[in-house]
Ligand binder design. Structure first.
Ligand SMILES: Cc1ncc(COP(=O)(O)O)c(C=O)c1O
Length: 471
């Protein structure tokens, strides 16, 4: 290294041309004991420090956190060879974004609220890290009910529900702790937890019981290091909705072991007619709950990145410490976009009921088409949907000896029929595929026709082991 001298500013405000310490100019070999003053790098002034910091070659490595961050959907889908049949237009039933086909625009009132926020010129600056009080109040009013009252201070606005989940896990868990996560389940929980050194334990959902929790299994997983139980209701990927009775049983398990709940309720109120989905908080008398939600799905604007954590403390278990922890974490990076915050009150108060019903109506139609059509396809076992925007289809691989697994199966369905459904290995639960129900109705019909063709082409009456299974 050449014999240069570097000027380092000592007052913590960044580097500028001249070395200063608490506003005083430094010269010569001045040093304040906390670090370097006017340092020469030829080894003469402070050789030990210089030698310590000197690297002989460039070596910049990704952090452990980066290395430990893995999105299973990406790692599975990116590895798949997705080459559609050129004679058939592609139908992607894989993307959980209700806007991709253009058949489900958001409501005019939602757009108007956003336009008003822009025109007001009031929302171009930084908002408080937890969100504007008025916007938090709007969310609190929207979700408050006598059994689970909310005030503005119980709401933290975030950048989408993903950020809300991140805050909730981060405030509840330390490295080495474990969290309980549904299987099959939304992959983000594991992605976030593992990157933070938090262990993930999967509790089983039972397809034969419309994806209810295997409560015994769940309870058996809890130990003294379990710091949070995640419940997704309605469910991605299952499209299931837990009954009140079942939710109460889950709460009992959490209560017995004093484990707080992270309720991922991003699909709350997206339930088919005849079902209801009470919030977990409205049923809890003693279990503290953080409910994570947002605008993405119900208001059909996932790109607007507006989410929230609703703090439903019970008996002051979370107390001020957890609340302050959430506030501190929210200060790392400002979350929710100011403009969308400005629009939030209008969005929540002015969206007509007919808008929500129209979405439900399309989901109902498509889920019936998909369930009815695929129920009669040999080798497939669809599970009826009650909510969210998905339907799961079991693959009886014994009858499809040409395929190794769900990934193989869905990959070939793209090659031959240009229909792409997500293999559920991406949700830690192989041998199913997930169908997204937000596509236009005609596309759903066409997709089912092609899935049938595909299965008829590959279905074998004899199992892969040579046993006659069906007559
Ligand atoms: C169960 C579940 N939780 C959270 C999210 C993330 O929502 P957002 O887009 O608001 O971050 C999704 C998105 O698909 C989801 O399915």
């Amino acid at each position: 290294m050449d014999n240069k001298s570097y000027l380092v500013k000592m007052n913590g405000n960044g580097v500028c041309g001249k070395s200063t310490l608490n506003g005083k100019s430094l010269s010569g070999n001045a040093v304040n004991g906390n670090g370097l003053g006017h340092v020469t790098t030829n080894g003469s002034s402070y050789p030990a420090k210089v030698a310590k910091s000197r690297r002989l070659k460039w070596e910049v490595k990704p952090s452990e956190m980066a290395n430990n961050t893995l999105n299973p959907i990406r790692s599975i889908v990116d590895e798949m060879k997705l080459t559609p049949n050129p004679d058939k237009p592609m139908i992607a039933l894989s993307i959980g974004d209700p806007t991709v086909f253009g058949n489900l625009p958001t409501d005019d009132s939602v757009l108007q609220a956003m336009k008003d926020a822009i025109d007001s010129h009031k929302y171009n600056g930084y908002a408080p890290s937890v969100g504007y009080v008025k916007s938090r109040e709007a969310v609190a009013n929207f979700y408050s009910c006598p059994e689970a009252p909310l005030e503005a201070e119980d709401v933290i606005l975030t950048s989408g529900c993903s950020h809300a989940i991140d805050l909730a896990i981060s405030v509840l868990c330390n490295p080495g702790d474990n969290i309980l996560v549904p299987r099959p389940g939304f992959s983000l929980y594991k992605t976030l937890a593992v990157s933070m050194g938090i262990k993930v334990k999967f509790y089983d959902l039972l397809p034969e019981k419309e994806w209810e929790v295997d409560l015994q299994h769940m309870e058996s997983l809890i130990d003294e290091s379990t710091s949070c139980l995640i419940v997704t209701n309605p469910s991605n990927p299952c499209g299931s909705v837990f009954s009140k009775d079942h939710l109460q049983k889950i709460l009992k398990v959490a209560s017995r072991h004093r484990v707080p709940i992270l309720a991922d309720e991003i699909y709350s109120d997206m339930v088919l007619p005849g079902c209801s989905s009470p919030s977990m908080a409205s049923l809890s008398s003693d279990v503290p709950i953080m409910s994570c939600g947002g605008l993405a799905k119900r208001w059909l604007v996932p790109g607007w990145r507006m989410g929230w954590v609703l703090i439903h403390d019970r008996n002051n278990v979370f107390g001020s410490a957890i609340r302050q922890g959430l506030v501190k974490l929210s200060q790392r990076i400002l979350g929710a976009c100011s403009l969308v915050q400005g629009a939030l009150e209008g969005i929540l108060n002015n969206t007509p009921q007919s808008f929500y019903s129209n979405t439900i109506s399309l989901l109902k139609t498509n889920s019936e088409i998909c369930f009815n059509e695929l129920s009669s396809v040999p080798g497939l076992n669809p599970v009826r949907t009650s909510g969210a925007m998905y339907l799961m289809v079991g693959i009886d691989l014994d009858h499809f000896p040409g395929f190794e697994n769900d990934v193989d199966f869905t990959e070939r369905m793209v090659t031959e029929q240009s229909v792409f459904c997500l293999p559920t290995s991406a949700f830690e639960f192989p041998n199913f595929f997930r169908v997204v129900l937000t596509v236009p109705e005609q596309m759903m019909v066409e997709a089912c026709v092609r899935i049938r063709q595909f299965c008829l082409c590959h279905y074998q009456h004899h199992s892969r082991h040579g046993n006659q299974l069906d007559q």
